[in-house]
Design a protein around this ligand. Structure first.
Ligand SMILES: NC(=O)c1ccc[n+]([C@@H]2O[C@H](COP(=O)([O-])OP(=O)(O)OC[C@H]3O[C@@H](n4cnc5c(N)ncnc54)[C@H](O)[C@@H]3O)[C@@H](O)[C@H]2O)c1
Ligand SMILES: [Mg+2]
Length: 315
């Protein structure tokens, strides 16, 4: 942890780390992946291999300095991410034997270790790409070597990468849980309610407002569970909570502007859905079976916790 901080603060040290570190590659924010069976793996390219590739494609090795620091191993081997969007995509793909794939498409087939790193890398690369100019002076900003900030040298303003807090809430009425879907979700997939925090709000206020806005229910109690970084569509910090509503006041009024549907599901229905593969499954009657976000999505964790909690409750 302290080594990471030193790399962020010291450009000289970071330059050394770039020359011995490993790199995740991107092309216009699509990560470079190799398919192994049904899984996608994100290869880490060594600095020497990357320099060889840059040379082959007639790029200056200074290009390494466009990379951003995304972590390090226990042995202090630094990981970076570099976007090669200025090079011909197909040439790099054939050189490295893999493809640049939209992160959203590959996200749930990624290895557990790769997903959070790629998610952070994409968010950071996107932030740098959209913050090249100072919003006060209009002058170009310059990134520090690690990419943990950008500075406008005209007036000294420092910009730090941003993320938006989002609350994701699993609502229960005591015996059932409320799951909802947006029209953009794949067929049959339901999840917990999610919403961005407004400026000035506490998390508790966001939970109460979002539940009221989206399904017309009043929260009785709520508690925090866990959090997760989420890269889509921009960088969000997903803050996962459980909430209860009064069993007598559980009539759902769906806000059709935000949601396609919201329904109470019984423990049995949820347990059965958790056993299914996280993908659309058409039934004989043409409808799609209920399925839930995959294992390491924080919504999945909330649902698992609710199931566990139901099973330990006195009958
Ligand atoms: N429901 C889930 O299971 C789930 C799971 C993982 C991630 N998410 C993410 O949660 C996020 C929020 O969910 P939602 O879309 O229901 O939010 P939401 O209910 O707050 O509705 C989205 C609307 O909020 C407004 N908004 C306010 N602040 C915003 C900001 N900082 N960025 C973008 N829009 C903002 C916009 O008008 C936007 O159309 C989404 O990015 C989604 O990808 C949801
Ligand atoms: Mg929402």
């Amino acid at each position: 942890m302290r080594y990471l901080l030193e790399l962020k603060e010291d450009d000289g040290l970071c330059r050394q780390a770039q020359n011995s570190g490993t790199f995740y590659l991107f092309h216009n924010l699509f990560p470079f992946l190799q398919k192994v069976g049904s899984k996608h793996l994100a290869p880490q390219i060594s600095a020497s291999e990357l320099k060889r590739i840059l040379k082959k494609f007639k790029q200056n090795k200074q290009k390494l300095e466009d990379s951003v620091l995304i972590g390090c191993s226990d042995e202090c081997m630094a990981y970076f991410a570099l976007d090669l969007g200025s090079l011909e995509k197909m040439d790099i793909e054939s050189e490295l034997k893999g493809s640049f794939i939209e992160l959203r498409k590959a996200f749930f087939q990624l290895d557990g270790k790769d997903a959070p790193l790629l998610s952070l890398a994409q968010a950071l690369l996107r932030w740098h790409d959209t913050h090249k100019y100072c919003s006060k002076t209009g002058q170009p900003t310059q990134k520090n070597l690690a990419g943990s900030k950008r500075v406008c040298h005209t007036n000294g303003i420092i910009y730090y990468p941003q993320m938006s807090p989002v609350v994701i809430t699993l609502v229960s009425d005591g015996s059932r849980c409320l799951l909802a879907r947006q029209a953009s979700f794949p067929q049959g997939m339901y999840s917990a309610l999610a919403g961005f925090c407004d400026v000035g709000e506490t998390l508790e206020e966001t939970v109460r407002r979002e539940v009221a806005e989206e399904v017309g229910l009043e929260v009785e109690s709520m508690w925090y569970s866990a959090s997760q970084h989420w890269p889509f569509p921009n960088s969000s910090l997903m803050i996962a909570c459980h909430a209860t509503v009064w069993p007598q006041q559980n009539e759902i009024r769906v806000n059709k502007l935000e949601l396609e549907a919201a329904t109470w599901f019984s423990l049995e229905e949820v347990v059965e859905a958790l056993r299914r593969e996280p993908r659309p499954l058409k039934q004989e009657d043409g409808r799609f079976s209920l399925w839930l976000p995959p294992k390491w999505a924080i919504a999945h964790q909330l649902i698992q916790e609710w199931v566990k909690q139901q099973s330990t409750m006195p009958a």
